[in-house]
Design a protein around this ligand. Structure first.
Ligand code: CA
Length: 220
């Protein structure tokens, strides 16, 4: 899952980027509002983590512009501004949630999952499809109730495929889910992870349309 992190504090930015990468997110980190807008225009993200006090353009301006062009991208504001008026302003400007610094990385990750879950339209934290059940909070995967051990990237791929059963995702799209800017991508990484998922879950659990992409078959 690809996330844009907008944060001008180098210490916080670095620790959030590293923590989320460890959690299996692909994280692009930018440090000012204008670069954030350029990034939003050039890549597809599934979540925006937005500081408010930023150089060149404020987080609130970035958010307002995003919503003006009818983007429904989930936005979580992460800021040191803790006044009630600031929180109300941020939420009313279109943010999905608001977290005040200093914060614990575990709470940030939990709020991200909560926002993503609601955006996907389900309240159950476990994503179920056929006999497959995955829990993004614990990274546990089960097949017909039996635990299946997946690597962080195998889990991230499966999670991405389960978001839209029946819809093939291209190699480029899947690489986007797995890697942030500047991360070296092995040319056959997607095939390797898909192969491992098929071996662990059963080959029929992940379909392929040659030249188009991979998908989780819809339930019949
Ligand atoms: Ca700041």
């Amino acid at each position: 899952m690809r996330v844009l992190l907008v944060e001008d504090d180098p210490m916080i930015g670095k620790s959030v980027q590293q923590g989320l990468k460890h959690d299996g997110y692909a994280v692009d980190w930018v440090r000012d509002g204008e670069t954030a807008e350029a990034a939003l225009a050039s890549a597809a993200y599934e979540l925006l983590l937005l500081d408010l006090g930023l150089p060149r353009k404020s987080g609130l301006d970035v958010l307002a512009r995003l919503r003006r062009r009818a983007s429904s991208l989930p936005v979580l504001i992460v800021t040191a501004r803790d006044a009630v008026a600031d929180r109300v302003k941020g939420l009313d400007a279109g943010a999905d949630d608001y977290l005040v610094k200093p914060f614990d990385l575990d709470e940030l990750a939990a709020r991200m999952r909560s926002v993503l879950r609601r955006r996907a339209g389900h309240a159950d934290p476990v994503i179920r499809h056929g006999g497959i059940a995955v829990n993004p909070a614990t990274h546990e995967a089960r097949l017909d109730e039996a635990a299946v051990a997946l690597s962080t990237r195998e889990f991230a791929l499966l999670h991405a495929l389960l978001a839209s059963p029946g819809v093939p995702l291209s190699r480029a799209k899947l690489e986007e889910c797995l890697y942030g800017w500047g991360e070296e991508i092995d040319s056959n990484a997607v095939e390797v992870h898909i192969h491992a998922l098929r071996r662990k879950l059963g080959a029929e659990r992940i379909g392929n349309i040659r030249g188009v992409g991979w998908f989780v078959p819809p339930l019949s």
